[in-house]
Design a protein around this ligand. Structure first.
Ligand code: 3DU
Length: 215
């Protein structure tokens, strides 16, 4: 993914027409559109190719299964037109490797969740986050997903993965994180959902966020 604005919009609306409308408004302000279960379960996998007309699409399916199932899932998602897939790391090295192997065939990206951004995300994730980040580095993932709600953790995880891997970071806005803090801590991209898609003026909000990122 090319870094022009540093902003990824999380398109967690549940209607294709809303998603397309918002995508067309914010396209010039974002480097990617993240879609997940809310939109795909509602409108089908074809949302991926539809939104890919506006920006590269990252599919946030937090893939977490045995290697064979992970491979089958990633294959479907890349085939549908996604540029990247978000996967879990706690399922282990073999599962992660299966996802990365598929991504390589499609010249796609794999982002590994290291620690989640919500309050409950600290309890089980923090004790294993460093190991997951190291594994992402070792196996050649594109990057990790780290919490914008805890910039100090982003900084720490950055020290583990070095500069070779990207950090994409959800939690700015509705979850309380601040764009400039998390970028300063070492994130390459912030991921923002509700603050943009619930805004009266999604484009204006996206532009303000991009100013806050300050690339
Ligand atoms: O809180 P927001 O509405 O800005 O959306 C954040 C998005 O990022 C949303 O799609 C959520 O599922 C995803 N996400 C996290 O919020 C936290 C994580 O640790 C991983 C993904």
């Amino acid at each position: 993914m090319e870094r022009n604005t540093g902003l990824i919009v999380a398109m967690d609306v549940t209607r294709m027409d809303s998603a397309v409308e918002i995508a067309s408004e914010v396209a010039e302000c974002v480097d990617a559109i993240k879609v997940g279960y809310p939109l795909v379960l509602s409108e089908g996998l074809s949302v991926i190719s539809r939104l890919a007309d506006y920006a590269p699409v990252i599919a946030d399916f937090k893939v977490a299964d045995i290697p064979n199932t992970d491979e089958l899932i990633c294959e479907q998602v890349f085939k549908a037109g996604a540029s990247g897939v978000i996967v879990h790391g706690f399922t282990g090295e073999d599962s992660l490797k299966a996802c990365i192997d598929v991504a390589r065939r499609y010249d796609g990206d794999i982002y590994v969740v290291s620690e989640m951004s919500h309050p409950g995300g600290a309890k089980y994730f923090q004790p294993i986050a460093d190991e997951i980040a190291s594994m992402a580095y070792e196996f050649g993932a594109t990057g990790i997903v780290a919490p914008a709600t805890r910039p100090e953790r982003v900084k720490h995880l950055r020290s583990i993965i070095g500069d070779g891997l990207s950090i994409i970071s959800p939690g700015v806005g509705a979850q309380g994180g601040k764009a400039s803090d998390v970028i300063e801590a070492g994130a390459n991209w912030i991921i923002v959902g509700r603050s943009i898609y619930n805004s009266e003026n999604p484009k204006e909000t996206a532009m303000e966020l991009v100013t806050g990122i300050g690339i």
